[in-house]
Write a protein that binds this ligand. Structure first.
Ligand SMILES: Cc1cc2nc3c(=O)[nH]c(=O)nc-3n(C[C@H](O)[C@H](O)[C@H](O)COP(=O)(O)O)c2cc1C
Ligand SMILES: CCCCCCC(=O)C(=O)O
Length: 360
């Protein structure tokens, strides 16, 4: 008898059973002692929801619009690298599932399928593009132009990676490169017209540089380079949130990279209220890290997030069942958000407010 996968944790177990153990460790793991990885999930468990009763609220409305992109639920797909390690179709499968779920996929710069091919595989999908600013700004600009041309609707600039996080499991497993024939396709030299003459040669792939020299000046350069809205991902300090507003970003994305960069950064949901206060409603605030249940989504929105993103849950769906697996994970989250709101007595995600959340 095939086991029914009823929760994201079930999907993780199914993914673990299918994946090469070194690849599972890469996806699941974090930096250092994984204090932050554990904190992200544990923080949600410490928050309680205090429902209202007898409100006659009916079936709740859970769609939101973010930077002009309409979503059927307030849950985006966070940028994650190397989807072809989880499924041969890789990011193409993820994008098709995202199109069906009517949400947003943030395509990682470290995707194993070129952003043009992801867009072509899922014409209905809303795609945003995640960028690690490369010190060679001409190369950075070429990548941004590819994302624009592929139809991406926003640029998500990851700023928590002035160096790569140290992940001890990857060191133990000797996992430091993609298998033969798999590449970060957005890192090819050129304009993304990657096989113009059809000879199969798509040009050399550059390594991703994570540089401690990247600064606010680069955000200003990007601001002048593109008309796409810029979302700053990896902000955890309220002072940086205020600076980001001075530099003209369109949204802030509170993230500790799922505990994969600096270990011991506090749980994102605990940092969220201070960032929301610092931003004062000037721009939308997104958050990710440890979201595994609809109730987690509801708590984050009640504390001021405009929407949340999920990283590993999508990988677990992809590894367990390809496109259908991702679709099921997104559908489960959607149903859980709607169910949690119904039980809270609310008519809409817009009615969520901090008074619904109690620290247990
Ligand atoms: C396997 C993996 C790869 C990731 N790759 C990227 C990436 O390429 N760019 C990026 O900005 N964040 C990346 N992240 C971080 C995610 O965008 C996100 O912040 C994190 O996964 C959220 O935590 P969660 O996995 O608990 O949902 C990655 C995370 C994982 C687990
Ligand atoms: C050298 C490739 C780096 C890919 C970065 C992916 C990532 O952010 C992660 O957390 O892993």
């Amino acid at each position: 008898m095939t086991a029914v996968l009823a929760t994201i944790r079930d999907f993780e177990a199914a993914a673990r059973a299918r994946l090469d153990p070194a690849h599972y460790d890469y996806f699941a793991g974090g930096a250092g002692d994984e204090v932050t990885v554990k904190a992200n999930e544990a923080a949600f468990a410490r928050l309680g929801l205090l429902p209202r009763v007898l409100r006659g609220a009916g079936t709740p409305q859970i769609g939101v619009t973010l930077l002009g992109s309409r979503m059927a639920m307030p849950v985006l797909v966070a940028p994650t690298a190397f989807h072809r390690l989880a499924d041969p179709e890789g990011e193409k499968a993820t994008a098709r599932a995202v199109a069906a779920a009517e949400t947003i996929m943030i395509v990682s710069m470290a995707a194993t399928v070129a952003v043009e091919d992801v867009a072509a595989a899922a014409p209905g999908a809303t795609l945003w593009f995640q960028l690690y600013v490369q010190p060679d700004m001409a190369f950075t600009e070429a990548i941004v132009r590819r994302a624009e041309k592929a139809g991406c609707a926003a640029l998500v600039v990851t700023v928590d990676s002035p160096a790569r996080g140290r992940r001890d499991q990857d060191v133990r497993n000797g996992f430091d490169d993609l298998p033969e024939g798999m590449h970060c396709e957005n890192l090819r030299d050129g304009d993304g017209d990657h096989d113009a003459d059809g000879d199969g040669d798509r040009g050399p792939v550059r390594p991703i540089v994570m540089s401690p020299a990247i600064s606010w000046e680069h955000v200003d350069l990007l601001r002048r380079m593109t008309r796409l809205p810029i979302v700053l991902k990896g902000v955890t300090h309220p002072a940086d949130a205020r600076l980001a507003l001075d530099h003209g970003v369109s949204a802030l994305y509170v993230s500790n990279h799922g505990g994969r960069q600096l270990d011991t950064v506090p749980a994102t949901v605990d940092l969220l209220p201070e960032i929301v206060a610092a931003v004062g409603g000037a721009v939308p605030v997104l958050v990710d890290g440890g979201i595994r249940r609809g109730t987690d989504v509801v708590k984050a929105l009640a504390l001021g997030a405009s929407a949340v993103a999920v990283g590993r849950p999508v990988i677990w769906g992809l590894a367990a069942g390809g496109e259908c697996g991702v679709a099921r994970v997104l559908e489960m989250l959607r149903d859980e958000v709607e169910h949690a709101l119904t039980l809270c007595g609310l008519a809409s995600v817009r009615d969520l407010e901090p008074g619904l959340v109690r620290r247990c």
